[in-house]
Design a protein around this ligand. Structure first.
Ligand code: SF4
Length: 485
């Protein structure tokens, strides 16, 4: 990752090859950059996996989840994408896990140091991730880790404690017994602004007296301040990377993913788990029941105008392909939909493109369906129908379209403020996920559950596949109950 010159610049950093010395703890302040070779593949995949966890944290903020809810969603994401076992774990390659965590953090630091907005969002998400891990850490390991950090706090002596006993009890809301059991440390009050703001510490001569039960505030603040400074320093040096044609496009892609909300992780391979064949005449019914707003809109426009412009056909056609529409059924579907057109015109101007998107013409590539990230980044004109309605519609049009599409599935005007709040803060996929939850409440989906395990929608085919899956499971359950009765 670093050139020989950069390694020399970091000469004061000790590089350990012994895993136990390189990563002795699960927690990391990321105060040392990785000074080893990293393949381009690792560079990208480690960062993408970390980005998924951070995007989940951002979604939790937008969705006003409580800290406990956020913690359980983040832990589930960490388990899936970024596991970090404690030293006591048996048969786990903790070195590989910690190396991934370390490198992923530094790649994202490079990607997100470049604007004030990105730095702010990254800082907030990373500090939250650190907090979740800190809270879940093995207490002995956490204590040993903290001993290796210079927290620069001063211990409060027993004499000082008894001298200010009343003030400490009042500030911390402690009983006499609780006070006797607590240890206190003194730090500059600026290092615990959250405790000062909530008036939960005793202040004297510019120092805050922090009880041991609240010392995590000092740790989080120290983590945040050091990362904030490091991000600013990295942004100053970023121009040195500007000419690297392998890395800069990757970093651009990562930061765009974060700004658009979420990287796409859903794979086409799971699009049609039941393997059902979809017939052209079924699409209308499927669109009404299972499609997300982007595809629902394209379907309605196609029915209304009996035509779709190029990018609309591309977005919708690939979605239907991945949904399970075979090439023959796709030709039937588009031919019927373009009902104002002669056979001759259809065959000459449209059939080739449909076959092309199935990899049967031209360079015969198997084109995947577009993810939310790609759709969110498209730039439709006012004449176009493609794009993501949550991003590309005006607020009034979006609300009217949502109610027209989903009112029969339980969406109501009272849901709009929450959905529009996510839209206004630029978290379009969170708004789409909330609509998914509301319209699938009847099949057992609860608020915060998303498309499964608290995950947000990242792909229109994921939305449709999950929707169909839920309905099938419900129908099967009803069937079983009937058989028992
Ligand atoms: Fe479609 Fe994704 Fe937008 Fe939902 S968030 S409407 S699935 S592009």
């Amino acid at each position: 990752m670093f050139s020989a010159r950069e390694r020399r610049n970091y000469g004061q950093v000790e590089v350990h090859n012994d895993p136990k010395r390189r990563y002795p703890y699960r927690l990391n302040f990321y105060d040392r950059p990785p000074l080893e070779d990293v393949t381009i593949e690792e560079f990208e995949t480690f960062a993408l996996d970390r980005l998924r966890v951070l995007a989940g944290i951002e979604s939790s903020f937008v969705r006003n989840r409580t800290y406990d809810e956020l913690k359980s969603v983040t832990s589930a994401h960490c388990k899936k994408y970024l596991p970090l076992a404690a030293n006591t774990a048996k048969s786990v390659d903790t070195d590989a896990e910690r190396r991934k965590d370390h490198i992923g953090h530094f790649v994202l630091r490079l990607a997100f140091c470049r604007s004030e907005e990105l730095r702010r969002r990254f800082l907030k998400a990373e500090t939250t991730l650190f907090r979740v891990r800190f809270d879940e850490d093995d207490s002995k390991e956490r204590e040993s880790f903290l001993k290796t950090k210079e927290m620069n706090w001063i211990d409060v002596t027993d004499e000082e404690k008894s001298m200010y006993r009343d003030q400490l009890m009042a500030a911390c809301d402690f009983t006499k017994e609780k006070l006797a059991a607590e240890r206190f440390v003194k730090v500059r009050w600026t290092r615990v602004p959250d405790l000062v703001e909530k008036r939960r510490v005793f202040l004297k001569q510019g120092m805050a007296w922090v009880p041991s039960s609240q010392q995590s505030s000092i740790v989080f603040q120290a983590f945040q301040s050091s990362l904030e400074e490091a991000l600013k320093a990295t942004s100053k040096h970023f121009s040195r990377l500007d000419e690297d044609t392998r890395i800069v496009p990757l970093l651009d892609n990562l930061s765009r993913g974060f700004l658009a909300g979420v990287p796409s992780e859903w794979s086409d391979a799971t699009s049609n788990p039941s393997g059902d064949e979809i017939k052209a005449e079924m699409v209308d019914d499927l669109a009404r029941k299972y499609f997300p707003m982007c595809m629902r809109h394209l379907h309605d426009e196609l029915k209304k105008d009996r035509h779709l412009k190029h990018f609309g056909r591309l977005q919708y056609g690939l979605f239907l392909k991945v949904l399970g529409l075979s090439i023959d059924e796709a030709i039937t579907f588009w031919r019927r939909s373009f009902s104002n057109m002669t056979d001759d015109k259809f065959n000459k101007e449209y059939k080739y493109n449909i076959r092309h998107s199935y990899g049967l013409e031209g360079k015969r590539a198997n084109y995947p369906a577009k993810s939310c990230l790609q759709i969110l980044q498209s730039q439709p004109s006012s004449q176009d129908s493609h794009g993501c309605p949550y991003r590309h519609f005006s607020p009034d049009n979006l609300q009217a379209a949502l109610l027209a599409a989903y009112q029969t599935q339980g969406l109501s005007t009272s849901d709009m403020p929450e959905i529009m709040h996510a839209v206004k803060s630029g978290h379009y996929h969170v708004a789409c996920t909330r609509v998914f939850e509301i319209t699938h409440a009847a099949v057992g989906i609860k608020k915060g559950e998303g498309v499964g395990g608290g995950e947000s929608v990242t792909h229109p085919n994921e939305y449709a596949a999950r929707s169909r899956e839920l309905e099938k499971a419900k129908a099967k359950e009803a069937e079983e109950i009937m058989l028992v009765e």
